[in-house]
Design a binder for this molecule. Structure first.
Ligand code: SAM
Length: 224
């Protein structure tokens, strides 16, 4: 997954906390991420814990990285941008589709009351669960399955974030969005999509197209 702009990679040869602080300043703040809670969460989330051993040197580069099974850990800027669109204030119940490495999940866990995350690949879900547990996240619930169906048992959700691309906004997710809720999802053909912000007020649902992105596909009943 990537966003088309190129931002500078953090310098090597300094510690991970220093690279992280550098990343927040030069890849996020300098590129318009302004919500102080999101910036703080990005500063507190050690991406190195979620990046495979072979990719450690590239931890604070500006891009996604492979995590095995043809999947990726998301680019820091895209994690921050998508998170910011949800306008989390701390008391929300959030649904995430596509746990992947658990990095985005970790950021959400610092910003909301409860995070429910669904991943279709058991190996990735298990690894992310272990990493988040070791890191100390205690407000995350995990599920292995088809996230295009959402997780109806815990709905409605104040916010939903989809970190894999669907041809259209999956309807089960719209149905599981609370009144006043916000959902961010990459929507479009395989290979390139737009981030779409879905807002629900009562029975009225609106969609707004934001920036271009390229995510791996959402594989499932309401995906590809
Ligand atoms: N946000 C994650 C991170 O920071 O590591 C990256 C997510 S990765 C780009 C997308 C993930 O969505 C992959 O792990 C993939 O297996 C998962 N995925 C694809 N289709 C899915 C589905 N129907 N339900 C749940 N997860 C799905």
């Amino acid at each position: 997954m990537f966003n088309h702009a190129t931002r500078p990679s953090a310098p090597k040869g300094i510690s991970f906390p220093e690279q992280r602080a550098w990343m927040v300043r030069h890849q996020l703040e300098a590129w318009g991420i302004a919500d102080p809670r999101v910036l703080d969460a990005m500063r507190r989330t050690p991406r190195e814990l979620f990046v495979p051993e072979a990719e450690q040197d590239a931890t604070y580069d500006d891009g996604p990285l492979p995590i095995g099974d043809g999947q990726t850990i998301s680019q820091p800027y895209v994690v921050a941008h998508m998170t910011e669109t949800l306008r989390l204030r701390g008391d929300e119940r959030v649904l995430e589709i596509g746990t992947g490495s658990g990095y985005q999940t970790a950021v959400l866990s610092l910003l909301a009351a409860e995070v429910f995350t669904v991943e279709r690949l058991a190996r990735l879900a298990q690894l992310a669960h272990q990493t988040l547990e070791r890191w100390g996240a205690d407000n995350v619930r995990f599920r292995v399955g088809d996230g295009s169906l959402g997780w109806p048992e815990h709905s409605p959700y104040d916010a939903i974030i989809v970190t894999c691309a669907a041809p259209v906004v999956p309807q089960p997710l719209v149905q599981q969005l609370a009144d006043g809720g916000r959902m961010i999802a990459p929507v479009g053909p395989r290979g390139y999509q737009d981030l779409v912000l879905v807002r629900r007020v009562g029975e009225q649902v609106t969609q707004e197209r934001l920036s271009p992105v390229a995510f791996v596909p959402l594989i499932g009943e309401h995906g590809w």
